[in-house]
Design a protein around this ligand. Structure first.
Ligand SMILES: [Zn+2]
Length: 142
């Protein structure tokens, strides 16, 4: 497989604005926001909830603005390779990545044996193991 794009891990910094209840600081509300604390509000419900927090009272409970906190988010972008069989692009995002044509690849883009062969090998190993167990059992009985 020809690798078209190497996989990479990038980090993104995310921010959220946190509000905690005065009577229980472990409870409260938080909103995704920019680095200045301006929230991203995606629904009317969120707009109303945020407005209540800014007022300092939610459902009769005093709520306190705890400011902006940040965290790092890791984003994995999988490698993409071109299938040796059919030329389709395959994202190498799993232990075994399959092309729609049926070809399987590992995370490095190395072609794996066709599944039928792999299944046959697995069956052979299981059969040998079973024979070993049978012989052991026979010896124990003798
Ligand atoms: Zn293919």
């Amino acid at each position: 497989m020809k690798i078209l794009r190497e996989g990479e891990t990038t980090t993104k910094r995310r921010h959220f604005r946190r509000f905690a209840y005065a009577d229980n600081p472990l409870q409260g509300r938080s909103y995704d926001c920019d680095e200045r604390g301006v929230p991203y509000l995606y629904s009317q419900e969120a707009v109303e909830s945020y407005a209540a927090c800014i007022k300092g009272e939610v459902n009769g409970r005093v709520i306190i603005d705890r400011g902006v906190s940040s965290y790092e988010l890791c984003v994995n972008t999988p490698a993409v390779g071109r299938c040796d069989e059919c030329g389709a692009d395959v994202a190498l995002d799993r232990f075994i990545s399959s092309c729609p044509c049926g070809a399987d690849y590992n995370l490095l883009g190395q072609r794996l044996a066709p599944r039928r062969e792999a299944e046959k090998d697995k069956a052979k190993r299981a059969h040998k193991k079973q024979r070993r167990v049978s012989k052991t059992s026979a010896r124990k009985r003798a």
